[in-house]
Design a protein around this ligand. Structure first.
Ligand code: SF4
Ligand code: SF4
Length: 374
């Protein structure tokens, strides 16, 4: 597996990182239940294949992610780098950190991130004297944290300001970037110019590109090229990208993604330009930008929100309406039998409070139902 120098951290990291947030699961009694045995197998398979960066957070996978990862890396801690997060909603950083160490079965965290941080929090609380950044710095001085980093869904301008305010204490940035969302290019370039490591979440656009689209027609190899492969090649052709995190739930995905990450020939400038031109036409997608992160799940009314948004995008963005309607009509049958369609929404609003993309989920579900219901 190809490795890169991760900024100035002195660490050599595999170009493909493992985002431990989409592990294999089943739905039982309207609840997502993670298949821990398969999850551990996939993680160990990835280590065997040379992936050495694993990114988790206390709340991922219904709060099971750290525990499952901890079990998977037992006896193999020295082969990998661990990244986890501090949830800024809970001020007790030390308690959260201790819990992460315990769940992961380790005595140190290589990359400790402020999770999904925005400028208003950082300028007010994060930077306060003896506040979270100072306390993280203390953990670093004690050797318990290797490097301090942050992830964010804030605007690129605000992320740049956070980096500036931290005065060199952030050593890495985790942000979203993919073929259909290139907003963060300026902050990635800024971080890179300062010698920070740059890692990406959502390099595949949440799997939205998983079907042949008109985009595929302009890609090298046309529709025969796997869309996930193209999405990864696209992000790796940006010189400001160090590593891309992918949430992989099968060994097949691990193999495919590694093959692409090892590809010595990224997209040419001309290929990138062609793709960017088509992607720009699809900008309306950003109005409904679901990354399939699953934070809004489970919905108490049994609605598989990210899945419905995926179907809606097939119709709305790519114009493959027949397929989208057929898929929507199958909700409540077969493998989807535990789910309801969007009309089951009881308007509780729980999902919107969890959505990092700040989507108007209830309105969008109504629109999706209107467009896709028979
Ligand atoms: S608002 Fe609707 S979709 Fe969202 S959690 Fe409540 S019932 Fe589910
Ligand atoms: S609707 Fe929001 S929270 Fe739910 S999966 Fe999509 S991006 Fe994530």
């Amino acid at each position: 597996m190809k490795q890169v120098e991760y900024g100035k951290t002195g660490k050599k990291i595999s170009r493909l990182g493992f985002g431990v947030l989409r592990l294999p699961y089943e739905v039982r009694e309207n609840r997502i239940v993670y298949d821990e045995e398969s999850s551990i197998d996939v993680i160990r398979y990835a280590i065997d294949a040379g992936i050495n960066y694993f990114d988790t957070a206390p709340s991922y996978c219904g709060k099971r992610s750290q525990l499952i990862l901890g079990e998977a890396i037992r006896g193999r801690r020295d082969e990998i780098y661990l990244s986890t997060k501090f949830d800024t909603a809970d001020p007790d950083l030390e308690a959260q950190f201790e819990n992460s160490l315990k769940e992961l079965g380790t005595d140190h965290i290589d990359f400790y991130h402020f999770w999904s941080m925005d400028l208003s929090y950082f300028a007010d609380k994060g930077l306060a004297k003896n506040g979270p950044l100072d306390r993280m710095t203390k953990l670093k001085e004690q050797g318990l944290v290797g490097h301090i980093a942050f992830s964010s869904h804030d605007t690129p301008e605000n992320m740049i300001e956070m980096i500036r305010l931290a005065e060199g204490r952030f050593e890495a940035l985790l942000c979203q970037y993919n073929l259909l969302d290139r907003r963060n290019e300026p902050v990635m370039a800024y971080a890179k110019s300062l010698g920070m490591g740059v890692s990406l979440m959502g390099p595949m656009g949440g799997g939205r590109l998983g079907t042949p689209t008109e985009l595929m027609d302009v890609l090298p190899g046309g529709a025969s090229v796997a869309s996930a492969e193209t999405a990864l090649r696209f992000v790796f052709s940006n010189p400001n990208v160090d590593i891309a995190l992918s949430g992989m739930n099968t060994t097949c995905m691990v193999d495919e993604n590694i093959r692409t990450a090892n590809d010595p020939a990224p997209l040419s400038r001309e290929e990138r330009d062609r793709i960017e031109a088509v992607a720009d036409e699809k900008k309306k997608l950003s109005d409904l930008y679901c990354t399939a992160c699953n934070y809004c799940m489970p919905c108490p009314a049994g609605i598989n929100i990210p899945e419905i948004f995926k179907m809606y995008n097939y119709h709305r963005v790519y114009g493959i309406t027949d397929y989208a309607r057929a898929q929507y009509g199958m909700i409540g049958t077969g493998g989807d039998k535990d789910f309801q369609n969007a009309s089951a929404c009881v308007d509780c609003g729980l999902c919107e409070a969890q959505c990092p993309q700040k989507l108007a989920i209830r309105d969008e579900l109504k629109n999706a139902h209107e467009a896709l219901a028979p």
